[in-house]
Ligand binder design. Structure first.
Ligand SMILES: O=C(O)C(=O)C[C@H](O)[C@@H](O)CO
Length: 256
């Protein structure tokens, strides 16, 4: 059996790819999202109530669709990264990366020795399709996509070096953490934050890597697409449900 291709990695060809945050932490809800036309979705292990088994269920639920899954970890723990890779995650997003040293450690966590220190799960893992994928250990890295989040002042200061780290495929700006870290709490539109976002985008492209961002407000998403962001999360499933529910109630009962 061939190593499964990574559709997200393959889609980073220059056109902006539009995605949605998946926060319900169930295969059922995430599968619904995968049928709606988004290019990719983010299974959020940082702020949604996910763990390895719930992420596995969601990866299985979306496997038959063209919408590519991206899995965000809660931290930099190599043991968690190992488990997420073993269940078949091919695109990983790691939050709060501030230095090139951290980026290099994260790359090493995704590579088998001698390039890194990932442990061998072999035929026990979905990643190898329980041993059916030929040459998994020597080829797995070719279909992995490692995205690091820059979302602090120090991350922006080190953006060139982080993006240039070998094995890093993309940098994703976290606008809400970045605005909060810089004292503009919850205001990514502040000019200082906007300048930092632009700087991170330019540094990432200068390193030949792809850049992504979260932009649930349409005007922001369109501006970032004009700037040249390669992948943009333009929605959050929980917010979409809440807004649709509130609008429906308001039509019958008025604003409450
Ligand atoms: O800082 C950000 O912005 C992000 O990293 C995304 C948030 O964590 C997201 O969960 C907001 O809903």
């Amino acid at each position: 059996m061939q190593l499964p291709r990574n559709p997200f990695k393959a889609s980073l060809t220059g056109d902006t790819r539009y995605g949605c945050w998946a926060g319900f932490a169930t295969g059922y809800a995430t599968e619904i999202l995968a049928t709606t036309g988004f290019d990719w979705l983010l299974i959020d292990g940082e702020h949604a109530p996910n763990n390895v088994p719930t992420i596995l269920t969601q990866l299985q639920a979306v496997a038959g669709y063209s919408c590519a899954p991206v899995v965000r970890t809660v931290n930099h723990d190599p043991a968690l990264i190992k488990q997420l890779l073993d269940i078949g995650t091919q695109t990983l997003m790691i939050p709060m990366v501030d230095t090139a040293e951290q980026a290099a450690q994260l790359v090493a966590a995704t590579r088998y020795p001698p390039q890194g220190f990932r442990g061998v799960g072999g035929g026990l893992t979905r990643a190898t399709r329980w041993g059916e994928v030929e040459d998994y250990m020597t080829t797995a890295h070719e279909e992995l996509c490692l995205i690091v989040q820059v979302e602090s002042r120090s991350g922006v200061d080190n953006a060139e070096a982080i993006a240039a780290t070998p094995g890093i495929d993309a940098v994703f700006v976290g606008p809400f953490d970045l605005s909060t870290d810089t004292g503009h709490i919850g205001n990514p539109d502040h000019p200082e934050v906007q300048a930092m976002i632009r700087h991170t985008l330019d540094a990432t492209h200068a390193a030949g890597k792809a850049a992504g961002i979260l932009a649930p407000v349409e005007a922001d998403a369109r501006r970032y697409a004009d700037w040249g962001f390669d992948f943009i999360a333009v929605g959050i499933d929980i917010s979409l449900l809440r807004q649709a529910a509130k609008d429906t109630v308001a039509r019958y009962k008025g604003d409450q």
